[in-house]
Design a protein around this ligand. Structure first.
Ligand code: SAH
Length: 275
């Protein structure tokens, strides 16, 4: 595609974890001004249709082709928003976009001059952490447990090193139907490295009507507690619980389960002796 006008732009945005209220005003403004929305179909469907807006939903594994399409449309003069859930820079479309831009250096050198912006969003680990209290209150790391784009041996190595460094951990893409055994193995590695008493949290569909939260220990955790809509958090050795009174009136009590989930937090300091 050759450039038709230079008025086009491309914004890679994060839609947050699910609730409308967690979309930033900056992202809402970009969506209101866009001619095209590009992304994984369920995320594109979170953007309301309106006259003058073309929605291009595609399959999950099409990130690079999707990025090329978006760049091509922006070069043509369209105002293009590429959507991700959460934050676009966390295991999402922003990196795919730059991979495509770099790979197309020879074929489309002028694309590097396009007006491209990345607009942040609230990532699942931040939303899940807020629901639970402050489990990421001290140093933490975050690992994608999918081995689609990296070898499983690297995931296992990072889990062991993160446990050794006593980080709290946030896990994205913990378990899918296509790779059910990986998370089971991850739990084994963590049990071995952190012990059975270490806290683990499952935050599913956070900020959506079907949200569920559970807090347990590595010793009690079952692989089936996680799926692709779950963000898993593991505490550091310092992470603590504050029990909350169980709601007495659970009648028709949607959300009653999360009302009685304890607060989980990681203190901000570690004494010299512990370090
Ligand atoms: N860019 C996204 C992450 C994409 S990877 C972000 O910043 O949040 C997809 C993974 O994110 C899912 O497998 C799940 O682990 C997590 N995730 C996304 N939305 C979620 C939600 N509402 N509740 C819990 N986990 C979520």
């Amino acid at each position: 595609m050759t450039a038709k006008s230079n008025a086009g732009w491309l914004k890679v945005v994060g839609l947050g974890p699910g609730a409308e209220a967690l979309i930033t005003p900056e992202v809402s403004a970009a969506l209101a001004d866009a001619t095209d929305v590009v992304g994984y179909l369920p995320y594109v469907e979170r953007v309301a249709p309106r006259p003058g807006l073309v929605r291009h939903g595609s399959d999950n594994r099409e990130e690079i082709r999707r990025a090329e399409t978006a760049l091509g449309m922006a070069a043509y003069g369209r105002r293009v928003v590429v959507v991700s859930s959460g934050d676009p820079g966390v295991f999402a479309m922003a990196a795919a976009l730059f991979e495509a831009l770099e790979a197309l250096e020879v074929a489309e050198p002028e694309w590097r001059g396009l007006d491209i912006q990345v607009l942040p969003g609230i990532s699942a680990m931040l939303a899940a952490s807020a629901r639970l209290g402050a489990p990421l209150g001290h140093d933490f790391c975050c690992i994608n447990l999918s081995d689609n784009l990296k070898p499983w041996s690297l995931i296992e190595r990072r889990l062991r090193l993160a446990a050794e460094a006593d980080f709290a951990m946030a896990f994205y893409n913990p378990r899918s139907k296509a790779r059910p055994e990986g998370f089971e193995r991850a739990l084994e590695v963590l049990r071995e490295a952190c012990g059975p008493e270490r806290l683990i949290m499952f935050a599913r569909a956070v900020y959506m009507p079907e949200e569920s939260l559970s807090v347990t220990t590595l010793g009690q955790a079952q692989p089936e507690m996680a799926d692709m809509r779950t963000l898993v958090l593991v505490g550091s050795s310092q992470t603590r619980l504050i029990p909350r009174p169980v709601e007495s009136d659970k009648e028709g009590g949607e959300g009653a389960e999360s009302e009685s989930t304890p607060w989980v937090y990681t203190p901000r300091s570690v004494s010299g002796a512990d370090a």
